[in-house]
Ligand binder design. Structure first.
Ligand SMILES: Nc1nc2c(ncn2[C@@H]2O[C@H](COP(=O)(O)OP(=O)(O)OP(=O)(O)O)[C@@H](O)[C@H]2O)c(=O)[nH]1
Length: 527
């Protein structure tokens, strides 16, 4: 297992992990903020709907109260001079009670509080002295009045609406009043009770003393809100909306509005929970609509991560096979499309060049004869093996300077060296591309000539021998060489070692026959 296949984290997986984490976090945070925004919107919408509805109801109630007061004032004016006309007073009381159904009961009283007429008659208060709070207020204020809620003489929790009666000369003659029984079906419940109670929404009305005047739960009418901060806040403002807690601790979204003529407050409220019910469906839709996009983003990042890591991976692969002959080309072909990978690719290419040139130098040093600069025995042997592997026919010229010892002895070793170098240069001129000149011993050289016949090889050996013998060597003058010639080809029946031995043998014979001659291997080495 290589490190590229190991369990270490790969770059594309790291990028993928990073991007995936970022995507999920973005998705979750956007989901969360979406949820919060939607929630806020639902809440503010519900509060606004309740506020608008409370406004409408307070307006309606205000219109009702105003018109009721006008009605009473009109009636009071019409009977102002008939306070002793019992029939007229009774008729007026009945008309007010039954014509509009605005009141649960109607009473006409004289200035002393004595009931002169009443409707319905079952009240049985005519001729009796009225002493309730509303009556006393009406007598004292002598103006159009809507009382605070109080418990009447007949033990009803009522609101008393009254108008004073003044005779034509301006004398106070009493009052005419209508009662609304808060705990019985009344005009207020007719006006306010239309509110639908779906999802736990409901309406209630309180007065400035936090006493409940209207509530769908009859038992709560007449009770007070004590230590209720929400209701205190409602009272402190003229109208609006806010989140309240019901007496049962249920969070409610409330809208409220003040009825100007009484200071009463109409509150309409809905439970927070039912308001937020649609949120689940909305968020499901958000998720369903976001998922394809998130998947697309993920796919894009995955492909992008692969594209980023691919050139690095390919460069790493190539770094493991720098000895490949095509490594330069392979690295060049890697598509490095971003700056860092391009930098890495260029660095690798220059690294490969340096390494290759150093390897080349080392190889040259290892295969070159330091004195003459031609190939050494090692390179020569490699060359023979290559040619044998390629089945390429070749000839060998084994060449030895005659009486070289004498040159050394006569002129010195350094002159002998110069002769060797000079001769090596001459030998090079007798080779083509793919041939080789090698120094295989002290003054022994071998020429490897590819793809030539034995006759051609002999001919070259002779021309070479003559050329050397004609050459004037510094200090030394003329020298001669002896040459042994042999050939090798694929079907010759001998291996290259035997061919080399045959060439050496021919050289030996040339020496034996007097030197300064070329001899072709007598016994064909290729039999
Ligand atoms: N100058 C010099 N001489 C070398 C070098 N290597 C070997 N020799 C000498 O080459 C000579 C070879 O001598 P021999 O083997 O006796 O052969 P020869 O004198 O050439 O006689 P034949 O080959 O029989 O004609 C020796 O004197 C070696 O010292 C070298 O690198 N430089």
């Amino acid at each position: 297992m290589t490190f590229l296949n190991s369990k270490l984290l790969k770059l594309n997986r790291l990028i993928l992990f990073l991007a995936l984490t970022a995507t999920i976090l973005t998705f979750v945070s956007s989901f969360y903020s979406n949820y919060e925004v939607q929630k806020e919107q639902l809440i503010s919408q519900a509060i606004e709907v309740n506020r608008a509805y409370a406004n409408k109801l307070s307006d309606t109630t205000e219109v009702f109260l105003t018109s009721t007061l006008q009605q009473l004032a009109y009636s009071a004016n019409s009977i102002n001079d008939k306070m002793s006309d019992q029939a007229t007073l009774t008729e007026e009381a009945n008309r007010l009670k039954y014509q509009t159904d605005s009141f649960n009961s109607v009473v006409i009283s004289d200035a002393s509080g004595l009931a002169k007429a009443a409707s319905p008659e079952t009240l049985d208060i005519v001729g009796k002295k009225l002493t309730s709070l509303g009556v006393r207020e009406a007598q004292e204020e002598k103006t159009n009045l809507i009382s605070s809620p109080y418990v009447s003489t007949l033990k009803n929790l009522i609101v008393f609406i009254s108008s004073p009666i003044f005779s034509s000369d301006g004398t106070y003659r009493g009052f005419l009043g209508g009662s609304i029984y808060l705990k019985s079906p009344n005009i207020l419940s007719d006006i306010l009770g239309e509110h639908h109670y779906k999802n736990g929404s409901y309406i209630y009305v309180i007065d400035a003393n936090k006493q409940i005047l209207y509530h769908p739960d009859q038992a709560r009418i007449g009770t007070f809100f004590d230590n209720d901060e929400g209701i205190d806040d409602v009272l402190a403002s003229k109208g609006g909306g806010m989140m309240l807690e019901s007496v049962k601790g249920v969070p409610m979204l409330a809208g409220y509005s003040v009825i100007p003529s009484t200071g009463w407050i109409v509150i309409t409220q809905s439970p927070l929970e039912s308001t937020l019910l649609p949120l689940t469906g909305i968020m499901e839709k958000v998720v369903l609509r976001t998922l394809p996009l998130a998947f697309g983003v993920f796919l894009f990042i995955w492909l992008f991560a692969r594209a980023i890591s691919r050139p690095l991976q390919q460069l790493a692969e190539k770094a493991r096979s720098l000895d490949s002959p095509t490594v330069n080309e392979d690295i060049e072909n890697i598509r490095s499309w971003y700056v860092e990978s391009l930098g890495l690719k260029r660095a690798m290419l220059s690294g490969v060049k340096v390494i290759q040139s150093q390897i080349g130098e080392l190889k040259r040093d290892a295969e070159t004869d330091p004195l003459t600069g031609v190939s050494n025995r090692r390179a020569f042997q490699i060359k023979l093996k290559q040619l044998e592997l390629l089945d390429m026919p070749f000839a060998i010229l084994a060449l030895d300077i005659d009486y070289f010892k004498r040159i050394n002895d006569t002129f010195g070793h350094s002159v002998g060296d110069e002769v060797l170098k000079h001769q090596a240069n001459i030998l090079k001129h007798f080779t083509r591309d793919g041939d080789m000149v090698a120094r295989t011993g002290g003054e022994e050289f071998i020429l490897v000539l590819k793809e030539i016949t034995l006759d051609e090889a002999y001919s070259i050996a002779e021309r070479l021998r003559v050329a050397i013998s004609d050459e004037k060597f510094d200090v030394v003058g003329n020298i001669t060489v002896s040459i042994g010639v042999a050939e090798w080809f694929a079907d010759c029946g001998a291996n290259v070692s035997e061919t080399l031995s045959a060439a050496d043998q021919a050289l030996y014979e040339a020496k034996g026959q007097g030197r300064n001659r070329s001899i072709v291997a007598e016994t064909c080495a290729c039999i």
